[in-house]
Design a binder for this molecule. Structure first.
Ligand SMILES: [Zn+2]
Ligand SMILES: [Zn+2]
Length: 176
């Protein structure tokens, strides 16, 4: 349970997650799967690279660090990491499946630029309490969440404003 588990009626903002390697190895054991060097490598690079990689991006990153793991293994291992609670899936409206480690960064909201795809992470802060309260009011057991806001990043907003200005000036030029 990652999202605001309650202890003595108090909401814990970010319960300390178990060690991801331990979670993963326990899950492999439950599934009767071996702890292979390739699976360990996928986990290691996934935790280290940061961001919100697609399976292909993770595969490429592993490749740039010496490789030795096939794309199919990356896909399968990410699925296991999801099941183990080590990874969360992120969908940012671009049709791609992305993954993010559940541990470390703490709960955050994503600001996603619809033009350049830049993602800014801001801590959930009080919003986490609000979501937990909403869930309780609906007798809903909240386990995890994915919160994203879509719009324009600062530089894309400026570029768009400049572009609009140029169009307006060009139109005036035609009229003059
Ligand atoms: Zn942008
Ligand atoms: Zn994120």
């Amino acid at each position: 349970m990652a999202f605001g588990s309650r202890t003595n009626g108090r909401l814990m903002a970010s319960p300390r997650a178990a060690d991801p390697g331990e979670l993963f190895r326990n899950h492999l054991q439950r599934c009767g799967l071996h702890r292979t060097a390739q699976r360990e490598r996928v986990l290691e690079v996934f935790l280290d690279m940061g961001g919100h990689p697609t399976p292909e991006e993770l595969y490429e990153e592993i490749g740039s660090r010496g490789g030795g793991v096939g794309l199919a293994t990356v896909y399968r291992t990410l699925k296991l990491l999801l099941e183990a609670g080590v990874a969360e899936r992120r969908l940012f409206g671009d049709g791609l499946d992305r993954y993010e480690p559940r541990c470390g960064k703490g709960r955050h909201v994503h600001l996603v630029c619809e033009v350049c795809g830049r993602k800014t992470e801001i801590p959930m802060g009080n919003a986490e309490r609000l979501f937990a309260k909403m869930a309780r009011e609906h007798a809903f057991v909240l386990r995890h969440s994915e919160t994203s806001f879509y719009g324009l990043c600062d530089s894309c907003a400026r570029a768009l404003a400049r572009g609009a200005g140029q169009v307006a000036r060009a139109a005036e030029g035609v009229r003059a």
